[in-house]
Write a protein that binds this ligand. Sequence first.
Ligand code: PLP
Length: 371
Amino acid sequence: MRPEAVAAMDPWLGRHFGNPSGAHPLAREARRAIDEARDAFAELLGAEPGEIVFTGGGTEADNLAVLGSAEIRRGAVLCSAIEHAAVHQAALVVGGATVPVDESGVVRLDVLESRLADLDEVALVSVMAANNEVGAIQPIDEVAQVIEETRPGTPLHTDAVQAFSWLNVSAVASRAQLVALSAHKFGGPQGVGVLVVRGAAKLAPRMIGGGQERELRSGTQNVAGIVGAAAAAREAAATRSATVERVGALRDRLADGLLSAIPDAFETGISAEPGGDRSGRIAGTCHLTLPDVESEALLVLLEEGGICASAASSCSSGAMKPSHVLEAMGVGGLSSFGSLRLSLGWTTTEADIDRALEVVPPAVARLAEAS
Ligand code: PLP
């Protein structure tokens, strides 16, 4: 967590531990803290304070957007084929349909347009701002344009959970009526999410009870978590452009170094050559496809070398299944391959990259030889 977030949370875990729904001074103090956090997110996201709903994380924000829309509006939920499970699985539960992506991982606007035109009714379109596995940035403005031209009035949800650290979500998602964030992706605490709800978006709540958060998310708010999330968001936004530049350069050095040192590796959806065009990727993602390497075995070797990495989405913890993102991009067509996702963040240093460049290529070579 960002130190600013830890420091901001501390008082709300002890001395000021009031329930924001109460009427006494301690409660009013807690309510004021939440209101300030709401104002901060509104400003950072280009929304009104009354349009900010705090949730228990990114999954909950996505579920509220998808399931909450489907309960109020008739018709299908259309989402891109590379959505995080929090959107993808929720859309499937309500009989949703997916829109394919091209080989670089970008949603096919032509197919979106024809699906929108063909369906009888559409409850919601959901396209993420940036993908969590390969980092592909999606053209949210163009998605909104297609909706406006084909199905005006259909709400658009964008999962901006991976985007906030790297992109100005206020600008990127300005035409989306629903926008989801998760605090632990930008240096805030785990278990705190935000959903912007505005314009044509009408939602049925998933949590019913005391009517907190404009009746959209009942339950006593996590005051310390919300305050910490706002502190982290302010810091992430204030330092964003410098972080993107610094971390982007580290990512380029990492990706180019690995591509040079590992025969037959390719940067997923980009190129097999160093120096590929990464302008369509967020700065914190380096994703490689490695022929003849088993991802699970590679992760074990990397762990021995002190590298914490992921084969696919770290959120589908547990069983290693083929990634639906890679499949959608057509990478699954390879007969035998492994994938490696190395994530960078605001804490990543040059020494981390040196270490990864030292450890990853020999580990891959060992496995390729064995296979
Ligand atoms: N959406 C995306 C794109 C994610 O990457 C994640 C988590 O990694 C989530 C949603 C879920 O967020 P949370 O872990 O806060 O529930």
